[in-house]
Design a binder for this molecule. Sequence first.
Ligand SMILES: [Zn+2]
Length: 426
Amino acid sequence: MRVTFGQSLTNKGMTVDAALKLVEETPQAGNTTQAYRVLARKYRPSKLSELVGQETLTTILKHGIESGRLGHAFILTGIRGTGKTTTARIIARSLNCTGPDDNGQPTIDPCGVCASCTALSQDRHMDVIEIDAASRTSVDDVREIIEAARYKPVSARYKIYIIDEVHMLSKSAFNALLKTLEEPPAYVKFIFATTEIQKVPQTILSRCVRFDLARIAADVLCEYFKEICTREQATFEDDAIAIIAKAADGSVRDGLSILDQAMTQGLQEKGVCSIKTEAVRRMLGHSDQAKIYALFQSLSEGNLPQTLTLFRELYQEGGEVRHIFEGLLDTCCLLTRLQAAPELAQDPTMPETDRTQGLDISSRLSVSQLSRVWQMLLKGYGELSIAPSPEQAGEMVLIRTTHTANLPSIYEIIKQTPEDGSKKKP
Ligand SMILES: [Zn+2]
């Protein structure tokens, strides 16, 4: 059951989940016979073993549930989209599952068929109460929970309060909660979720078992998204998925919604879906990476005419100046990393262009050259927003950077200066 503070239990507040459901129930073109389910919802894990990239958390919870030594309050923290709410629901499901024969104990492998599991999957469990603290933060709202916590669960083993975005509660609301948190009735469990753990008072934290949900590594996301494509019978180019995994920035949910978009875009006749690298790049507003490499190479070699021509081409193809510079900075950082550790090219999430062209260019530049280009591009990037025309500003920065590419570094100047300090004759 999902409620918002201060509302009656039947009056549901709009949460991320409700929004997802709404999107899902809106029929899509070409798929009118069956309601379309967004990937994030369709593939939402319902047991611990299905959680992606959270091995530490899974192991601790598994031991806790199996040994029956789980605390009465938990706090889940991590960036958005790492699965905090999903984990909270899995814990609730695990604790209240009674098994297919109704005699089961809490389990890490909920059956999915008992009354509790069924009610939870349909969002209508009377004893699992989801609250969005972002919408109601006052002390009265918390008093409402405390009051309700005095009554035993209607049907389940535990009465479980899932409080999302708990850091939004007011100071007095936290204080009101503290007493119940100290000595809760044996049948009550609290599961808090937050993106901003530093805003939760220490007094609350010290009474909770804390779980940090890690940002999910790009290679883990990559594998996961490929698996989903296969299950959805969509074909894909490896680089396209690598780009999506990178853009997801550690969040499964963000990644899945990009993948959803890419699948819709890649939909062809007769429901065949194919995800192409170029299409994904365009969708995410990335410029053609091969051209960004060419531009980077010509500016680091000091070839001014070519630099300006390539910049103009990228601009005319619709690339925003900011995006072009972001691409150049990204490339510069990657080349420096490749220069320091060429084995990084073995990373499976690295797109093919980066692997081949990246290694090639980085082998011809020194770390000091790369850091100089980085400094100049970064400073120039800041100038783009204050210049009357970003296009002009972009050109000026590129001219400056290309020009300095051919100047010797301080190290080279020192090396050329004789030890007596006299100037070398030209
Ligand atoms: Zn069950």
